[in-house]
Design a protein around this ligand. Structure first.
Ligand code: EPZ
Length: 430
């Protein structure tokens, strides 16, 4: 199995462009099921999760053509409605096809996703939302089966115990665009990826207002046409690369940086002594060029993950790695996935002083981290270990990097281009 070997201690410098967003691409590609014409999404990173999604769309009768980073989809056979467990178990985001299949084909049969390393991830809100639009829901042989001859607009509440649901909102949005009448999605997820989906659907002919706010209004239309659209930059990749610069006390310039989507993170990073400067003020703040530099000593901070525009859970682990080297005690609280801390014991193996108390971790800054063999258990936690390895003294070997390949395009190549001593090696059996 592949592993990443890192010789820590190099200050990163240079310029790199942020890839397109995986989490915007997945629901966007699923929305191709709604198009009665050719659908093209441009600038899609060649990630494992993207391949899983195009494979699933193929299973669902879509003709998928991948030309470098541009994906074109034509829906030829509309008879297939089954997302089987073999695919869903490799990627939970397969659930994105639920709303589009129901709206376009009158039925969706999607395997119930199983357990997940980052904690319990129920799907009740997806089902409740689609039921409110008139779907019947049953569980058959481990599959969620939803049916509706016609969907009817309604007021749908998408809030749950841990905030609103991102992919649940995406599913309801995709179903509501083809429902008769008006749908109001209350407590809608405000994440930029949901707003991107709404813009994409509008470009296909949907009538949507309010995306990016907790109330989205949708008036159903009979037909959606094709679309040709560029993918937005990935705010989580952008944040990860910013931390890579900061943790090595580097000087990295990031192009296509979605500053507007990262305000909560930038606020915390600045408090800690990381400087993020927009280099060209004429560029749009949701896709601009920034330079990342850092004070000699980092200050400890408090942060709590929250739904957007709060601090994203998908950057909790990476920023925690940075705080391991701050001058004092930081406190990190996880409010979206209270068990998303599998990186904590691995950071401790590298000399970090990290104490978990329920959904909170106290990070006592140390003077240095020390390289060690460690194991990634999930995508973002794995990225956090790589970041720690960049700063650590000596060699770090991060195993199970297939987790990172789901969400970062050749992370080692990107970091090596900035001067990191990092390479993909055979890490032996897992
Ligand atoms: C999306 O997952 C992202 N995935 C996740 O990214 C991200 O961590 C998460 O949103 C939160 O921002 C994609 O976009 C593909 P949720 P999603 O439904 O939509 C609870 C990454 O590293 N909940 O917004 O599945 C849930 O348990 C990943 O790229 C219910 O209670 O997450 C969680 O506590 C991993 N019932 C909270 O809501 C439901 O029906 C938010 O989850 C659904 C969710």
């Amino acid at each position: 199995m592949d592993a990443l070997r890192i010789e820590g201690g190099q200050r990163l410098s240079g310029t790199i462009a942020v890839d397109g967003s995986k989490n915007a691409a997945l629901p966007a590609l699923a929305a191709a099921i709604l198009a009665q014409d050719t659908f093209t999404l441009r600038g899609v990173p060649p990630l494992q999760d993207i391949q899983n999604m195009t494979h699933l769309l193929g299973e669902l009768g879509c003709a998928v053509q991948v030309d470098d980073r541009d994906i074109t989809i034509d829906t030829t056979d509309t008879s297939r409605v089954h997302a089987p467990y073999d695919i869903v178990r490799t990627m939970r985001a397969s659930i994105c096809v639920l709303g589009p299949l129901l709206a376009a084909r009158g039925e969706a049969r999607v395997a119930m996703p199983g357990g997940c390393a980052i904690g319990d991830r129920p799907v009740d809100l997806h089902l409740r939302g689609l039921e409110a639009l008139g779907a019947t829901v049953s569980l058959e042989g481990g599959d969620m089966v939803l049916r509706a001859d016609t969907l009817k607009g309604a007021t749908v509440f998408m809030g749950g115990p841990f905030g609103s649901t991102v992919l649940g909102t995406a599913n309801v949005l995709c179903a509501a665009v083809r429902a008769t009448g008006e749908t109001i999605i209350e407590s809608a997820a405000c994440e930029p990826e949901v707003a991107f989906l709404a813009r994409l659907l509008r470009a296909m002919g949907a009538d949507i207002e309010g995306e990016g706010t907790p109330r989205i209004t949708v008036r159903g239309v009979e037909r959606l046409s094709g679309v040709d659209i560029d993918l937005m930059p990935d705010r989580i990749v952008a944040g990860t690369l910013a931390v890579a610069s900061a943790i090595t006390n580097g000087n990295v310039t990031l192009e296509r940086f979605p500053m507007d989507h990262l305000l909560a993170v930038l606020d915390r990073l600045r408090e800690s002594g990381v400087h993020v400067e927009q280099l060209d003020s004429t560029q749009s703040p949701d896709c601009c060029t920034v330079q990342i530099t850092t004070d000699r000593r980092l200050r400890p901070i408090l942060f709590t993950t929250q739904p957007h525009p709060g601090f994203p859970t998908d950057l909790q682990a990476q920023v925690m790695s940075l705080l391991c080297l701050a001058d004092g005690n930081s406190i990190v609280t996880e409010k979206i996935y209270p068990d998303r801390f599998l990186h904590v014991p691995e950071l401790a193996r590298m000399g970090a002083t990290v104490i978990r108390l329920g959904a909170t971790v106290v990070v006592q800054g140390v003077d240095e981290l020390v390289g060690a063999p460690v194991m990634a258990s999930d995508l973002r936690g794995g990225a956090a270990l790589v970041l720690a390895g960049l700063a650590a003294k000596g060699e770090t070997l991060v195993r199970r990097i297939y987790h990172m390949d789901r969400g970062y395009t050749n992370l080692e190549v990107q970091l090596a281009s900035l001067g990191a001593h990092i390479e993909r090696v055979d890490g032996g059996p897992n």
